[in-house]
Design a protein around this ligand. Structure first.
Ligand SMILES: [Zn+2]
Length: 282
């Protein structure tokens, strides 16, 4: 089999309340009223291009261009793009010119139409809001569990999720067809174990990570928001919003085991400031 190439892209930055990296945080604390804005953190927002012999995959869409129409922080544009003032209060973003997933793919000569699968780790805005920028992708994959949860009516979900980010896109809500991961629930994309979409619940119920493996068993783990940094799995410490803290700890323990395995080439969280854009080959 030809090599699998993974390109780690930074598709903008997210501005968050620092306690979001720690245990015990919840969505109400996310407003960070007691913490001055200058103490908030800017963290990268990542997307990953996976050039696999059986198709082109993009894992997470990142922010859309409409978050920063002129490439700089734009309060009014963000409230419109996020569709909610409250969501804007929790998450601000910046996408410099040329930085969206679509713009970076174009620099590589890749059009949205060339992408076989856009896989969304979950439906939070910094992962799904840019989906429509990629209009033309052949398939968008989202775990059925995530969609089911996002549709449940409660006040937090109404702040957190906006269906218009994915409306009109060719979304497949997939169910598990394989048994990898901490809960023995995964989706084997090509049926050959080279791309497993792993159920890593906790941060959100249908959150998925990716395990990309070559024929010799070497692999790369991309764990999305299951942990914000490697410290999260080293300490099995839930970070960010944990809808189910117990499940997130179980997910983190699995990431830890996988990350310290000698066959693991690299293990990456979506917002880890120590993970810079780079290319790796399996
Ligand atoms: Zn995120």
């Amino acid at each position: 089999m030809s090599p699998i190439k993974i390109t780690v892209l930074h598709t903008g930055y997210i501005h968050i309340f620092p306690k979001r990296l720690e245990d015990g945080y919840n969505v109400f604390k996310a407003f960070g009223i007691a913490t001055p804005r200058e103490d908030w953190l800017w963290l990268p927002v990542s997307s990953y291009l996976i050039e696999h012999p059986r198709g082109l995959i993009l894992y997470d869409a990142g922010w859309g261009r409409n978050m920063s129409p002129r490439g700089v922080y734009d309060r009014k544009a963000q409230i419109d793009a996020l569709g909610s003032y409250l969501l804007y209060k929790i998450n601000q973003g910046v996408v410099e010119k040329g930085m969206t997933a679509k713009e970076q793919l174009a620099q590589m000569g890749i059009k949205p139409e060339d992408i076989d699968y856009l896989i969304l780790s979950h439906l939070d805005c910094d992962h799904a809001q840019g989906t429509k920028d990629l209009f033309g992708v052949k398939n968008v994959l989202l775990a059925k569990d995530e969609y089911r949860f996002a549709r449940k009516f409660n006040i937090i979900n109404r702040i957190r999720y906006h269906s218009r980010w994915i409306r009109g896109m060719p979304v497949t809500f997939f169910d598990w067809n394989s048994s990898d991961g901490p809960f023995h629930r995964s989706y084997d994309l090509f049926g050959d174990n080279t791309v497993q979409l792993i159920s890593l619940p906790g941060h959100s119920p249908g959150h998925i990570g990716l395990k990309v493996r070559d024929m010799n068993g070497k692999y790369v783990i991309m764990y999305g928001d299951c942990g914000y940094t490697s410290k999260s799995w080293q300490l099995a410490q839930p970070s960010g919003i944990a809808v189910n803290r117990k499940k997130q700890i179980q997910s983190l323990k699995w990431i830890r085991e996988e990350s310290i395995n000698p066959y693991c080439i690299e293990s990456m969280g979506n917002h880890d400031p120590e993970v810079h854009p780079h290319v790796l080959t399996l």
